[in-house]
Design a protein around this ligand. Structure first.
Ligand code: MG
Length: 390
């Protein structure tokens, strides 16, 4: 494999740090061209020093000076602001863009990278939830492949390698069920953020951990799979699998099911995207089946986890509605993390925003950005009302 030059958007987040863990194990195969983060300048500076990054960007422009000072005496060039991120991802010196920013903010730089024909290692599922048809169209038009980093989608991608051109009849998307899988609805309703932030299997950032607790994350992953694998939603089946060993499965017309398994560790799907089509040796925990004993599977409970149903409904309605769902969810999760709304407030606000949003059947990029802003504003006003009532 020829040395690949990597840009990591959101390098101080959970996926960004684990991407650097993979690169640390394979310094001969990868070079770090660009690191970006929102505001954690100390971590960013330490990463830039360790990996000798050519360029670093801090999105929060007020931290520029601090980052610049922290990188004094290094060869790293320091930039600030989202526009710099969008410019630098298009550089000839970048081969793979790891899109691991959180939420809708990942859309603009991903679009820039797609237009420059870069290979995208996509961890930022919100990009596909908000603008799936646009993103996939750009990927085709500019010959910019999207390799999934989300563990379930990496699994599906790996399973599809067994298809040999045969038709897929079903995708089985596995879900851990999150920390509240066995709780009653009343218990869940009273859940504090500390309870919601305790994921049984995966260690992740706060936003996605709350999305896992509501199962909005799984709903988003259904939408993500619909776009990545050009599969109608009706063919995507969510199955709860608390052990998180099978990361997803693909079923063919003869009833054969191919599953991808590995210990729940994001470094596995990350290395698969970075090294594709090569598999790189990795110091992760290997599966011991006798130790595992049993694997279990359940139907998802849409009554306890209404967010999952909302995602299906958003896809059914199509157009800009998934973007509305994503925007409302981002605002509501942030409010939940500030202890301003109860747990089910998240899905209630998302549902109401979907009801009240102006529908656009075939949104342009501009429509998507406008929808994101207006849905956030609506969600914020609903959050304020909810806060007053409590
Ligand atoms: Mg996932």
């Amino acid at each position: 494999m020829e040395k690949r030059r990597i840009a990591i958007l959101g390098s101080t987040g959970s996926i960004g740090r684990q991407t650097l863990d993979v690169i640390r194990e394979h310094r001969d195969l990868f070079e770090v061209e660009l690191l970006t983060c929102n505001s954690s300048f100390m971590t960013l500076a330490a990463q830039a020093r360790e990996f000798d990054a050519n360029n670093v960007v801090i999105c929060d422009e007020t931290r520029y000076k601090a980052l610049y000072d922290a990188l004094e005496g290094t060869d790293s060039k320091v930039f600030a602001g989202m526009k710099s991120v969008c410019d630098l991802v298009t550089s000839d010196r970048v081969d793979i863009v790891v899109a691991s920013m959180v939420g809708f903010s990942g859309l603009a730089p991903t679009i820039a990278a797609l237009k420059a024909g870069k290979v995208i290692a996509l961890a930022n599922k919100e990009t596909l939830v908000a603008a799936g048809s646009i993103v996939m169209e750009l990927s085709r038009k500019f010959n910019a492949p999207i390799l999934p980093v989300d563990s379930e989608h990496s699994a599906i991608f790996q399973c599809l390698m067994a298809s040999q051109g045969n038709k897929v009849s079903k995708i089985h998307l596995t879900a851990s069920g999150g920390p509240f899988r066995t709780w009653t609805k009343e218990q869940i309703a009273a859940a504090t953020k500390d309870m919601a932030l305790k994921h049984p299997n995966w260690s992740m950032g706060a936003k996605i951990t709350i999305d896992s607790a509501t199962m909005m994350n799984k709903g988003f992953e259904v939408i993500e799979a619909r776009w990545l694998f050009d599969t109608p939603v009706e063919k995507i089946n969510v199955v709860v699998h608390p052990e998180s060993v099978i990361h997803s499965m693909v079923e063919f017309e003869d009833g054969a099911v191919i599953a991808q398994m590995a210990s729940p560790d994001m470094r596995e799907p990350i290395q698969f995207a970075l090294g594709f089509p090569e598999r790189l040796p990795l110091s992760n925990k290997k599966l011991n089946f006798a130790e595992l004993g049993t694997l279990s599977f359940f139907e998802p409970d849409l009554d306890k986890f209404p967010a999952l149903g909302l995602a299906f409904k958003a896809m059914e309605r199509g157009g800009n509605i998934p973007c509305v769902l994503n925007a409302a969810n981002e605002s509501a999760v942030a409010a939940y993390l500030r202890d301003e709304i109860p747990f089910y407030g998240i899905s209630d606000i998302a549902a109401e925003c979907m009801e009240r949003a102006a529908f656009i059947a075939t949104p342009s990029v501009e429509d998507i950005f406008a929808t994101n802003s207006s849905a956030r504003a609506l969600a914020d006003s609903l959050i304020l009302e909810m806060k007053k009532k409590s």
